[in-house]
Design a protein. Structure first.
Length: 319
């Protein structure tokens, strides 16, 4: 009897090592093919299958059907971190479409969670880095609070899948990941025993050092309506500055201790449910913090930012 192919959906919350995992799968498509798997790289944008989160109804089912056809008889790996930011009815529609189109596949959903204060600090850092938002911590948290309620997300997942064990939940904490690496951890979770030889695991999608972050947040007041290429260029150069601070170990935390405590208080009850239902009672543990041996300040980062901006705009002027 021919074994059914599998569909593994990697649907984590934001800032759980997704970019690193997606890059590893993307660049190793040939290696995956040798094991009868495919990441379907031609359906990705910025390494992930984010089109799945942008369509609904008939359009979504058409996209998924096209992806299934492209996979042939191979098992499929799909990844996007944007599903948890959808409204409830769109998450239900997404999962219904998946189970309809891939009805004869073994379907597993893998969700990585991260302690909310760490996750939101990193998420807020990134939306300031890549965008033009000017919201304070309180304003941004009020807007995105419900999307970091993991009970909501996991209840929707569990109710929409065929069996309870079709949903695999992991905590993103480097101290507890297999080999302290998201790629190794994910491959073990899905039972794929292969090496990905073309993958190196440096920092991917560098967060902004906290003084660089404050500078970018201030700049955003004047960047609304700017060309996307300019916004992307500024994000890149400020990430580059950040990566050089403190010998490559910048302080990227943008929340105060009080803000972290208030965020975690909001999720006390829902986290208790998640821990009991999915984590065998274990907590969403705090992450290991690297020793920071420097004092962050505008005076320290401004010359480096201005230097890179000068080179960037000189390049733009020449082209």
């Amino acid at each position: 009897m021919t074994q059914k192919p599998s569909l593994f959906l990697h649907l984590p919350v934001h800032k759980t090592g997704s970019t690193a995992l997606q890059k590893a799968l993307f660049v190793n498509e040939e290696r995956l093919n040798e094991s009868r798997f495919t990441y379907l790289p031609r359906f990705t944008h910025d390494l992930q299958h984010d089109a799945m989160s942008m369509k609904a109804g008939k359009e979504l089912r058409t996209l998924l059907s096209t992806m299934r056809g492209a996979a042939g008889s191979r098992s499929v790996l799909l990844s996007t971190e944007k599903i948890h930011l959808l409204e409830d009815d769109l998450i239900r529609d997404f999962l219904a479409a998946v189970t309809e189109v891939f009805a004869d596949y073994d379907i597993k959903v893998v969700v990585y969670l991260r302690r909310q204060d760490d996750a939101f600090s990193s998420f807020y850092n990134q939306i300031v880095k890549f965008g033009t938002i000017t919201a304070t911590v309180a304003q941004a948290f009020a807007k995105y609070e419900r999307f970091f309620n993991y009970e909501r997300y996991l209840r929707l997942m569990r109710a929409s899948l065929r069996e309870e064990d079709d949903l695999v939940t992991r905590v993103y904490n480097r101290a507890t990941l297999v080999d302290r690496d998201i790629v190794a951890d994910f491959l073990q979770v899905i039972g794929l025993d292969i090496d990905l030889p073309n993958w190196q695991s440096p920092v991917v999608n560098q967060s902004l050092e906290k003084s660089v972050f404050k500078l970018k947040l201030a700049m955003n007041h004047h960047l609304d309506g700017s060309p996307p290429e300019l916004i992307q260029g500024l994000a890149g150069l400020m990430a580059d500055v950040s990566s050089q601070i403190n010998k490559g170990n910048p302080d990227t935390n943008v929340l105060s201790g009080l803000e972290r405590d208030l965020i975690m208080e909001r999720y006390t009850a829902s986290n208790r449910w998640v821990q009991e239902q999915f984590l065998s009672g274990a907590s969403l543990s705090a992450e290991e913090k690297s020793e920071v041996e420097y004092e962050s300040s505008f005076e320290a980062v401004l010359p480096a930012v201005l230097g890179r901006m000068s080179r960037y705009f000189f390049h733009i002027a020449k082209t």
